[in-house]
Design a binder for this molecule. Structure first.
Ligand SMILES: NC(=O)c1ccc[n+]([C@@H]2O[C@H](COP(=O)([O-])OP(=O)(O)OC[C@H]3O[C@@H](n4cnc5c(N)ncnc54)[C@H](O)[C@@H]3O)[C@@H](O)[C@H]2O)c1
Length: 260
């Protein structure tokens, strides 16, 4: 069975699609992306002739389109990377953040809920909705404070983080209200190939979202080597899709390292 990936022409989603399809026997990916300023199909040039990759230009807020894709492709998971995703842009123009991150996620959830409700047997049991969120929902840390955990309370400080917090709450509510099997990851800044405007060398905080899949150990990233870091993120997302843990929220050891 396939996956429906949203925002798969963006920075993290694009890396995820490439890593997923690098597995020889990986199921197909339907990649739904609106191609905002942040989407870049060149990231996906390595898989443009791969029959396991179907790119669909569209909006997660287009419930009819999402419903059609779900019925046609019967994915066993939806991985939601699609978002307006930059704090500074959300301060300059918050509306798009509310439309995509809140209303878009809501309409995506509605389409997925109807699809999942009609599934039977192992298709229904194995289905997962993986929502990729951010540690920005927890607010700000002082320099000497330890990293956030999922025990921290939500304190979003920007329109971006508030819109992501709202989407997290909707995802959680769809689990508790309707039983939809969801996972949410709240990672910090990611690094790796194909960043949009994150290309200049600087310090990044890296987080690998492993507790989403029930890992107990803290994850470390190598001090250099973007590929390893990218793989760590994408693999952890891949595992999250495969986890039998039906639930709800998760996060993230965070690791600070220097890009060389
Ligand atoms: N980049 C990071 O360091 C980081 C850190 C923590 C969390 N996140 C979260 O991870 C996810 C992916 O982040 P990213 O850095 O890859 O983002 P990005 O901005 O690089 O990519 C977002 C992608 O979503 C697409 N998109 C936007 N609105 C859409 C819509 N309405 N319908 C369909 N597609 C749409 C864009 O075209 C783009 O391809 C986001 O949810 C973000 O909040 C990112």
């Amino acid at each position: 069975m396939s996956l429906l990936v949203t925002g798969g022409a963006g920075f993290i989603g694009g890396n995820f699609v490439l890593d997923w399809l690098a597995q020889p026997l990986a199921p197909a990916v339907v990649n739904l992306d609106k191609l905002t300023y942040a989407g870049n199909l060149e990231t996906l040039s390595a898989v443009q002739d791969d029959t396991r990759h179907l790119f669909v230009h569209g909006d997660i807020g287009d419930q009819a389109l999402v419903s059609r894709l779900l019925v046609e492709h019967r994915p066993r998971a939806v991985v939601n990377f699609a978002a307006e995703s930059h704090v500074d842009r959300s301060i300059l123009g918050p509306q798009a953040f509310i439309e995509t991150n809140v209303m878009g996620t809501f309409r995506l959830l509605e389409a997925v809920r109807h699809y999942w409700s009609a599934l039977q047997g192992h298709e229904r049991q194995d289905f997962r909705f993986l929502h990729v969120s951010t540690d920005e929902v927890y607010g700000s840390l002082a320099v000497d404070e330890p990293a956030f955990t999922e025990q921290h309370r939500y304190e979003p400080n920007s329109p971006y983080s508030a819109s992501k917090a709202a989407s997290d709450h909707l995802v959680r509510a769809y689990h508790h209200t309707y039983g939809l099997p969801v996972l949410t990851t709240n990672c910090s800044n990611n690094y790796g190939p194909y960043p949009l405007w994150r290309a200049k060398p600087c310090r990044f905080t890296a987080t690998v979202c492993k507790s989403a899949i029930g890992c107990t150990s803290r994850t470390t990233a190598a001090p250099s080597g973007g590929c390893l870091r990218r793989a760590a993120l994408a693999r952890s997302t891949t595992w999250a899709v495969g986890t039998k843990r039906p639930i709800s929220r998760s996060c993230t050891p965070s690791v600070t390292c220097s890009m060389r």
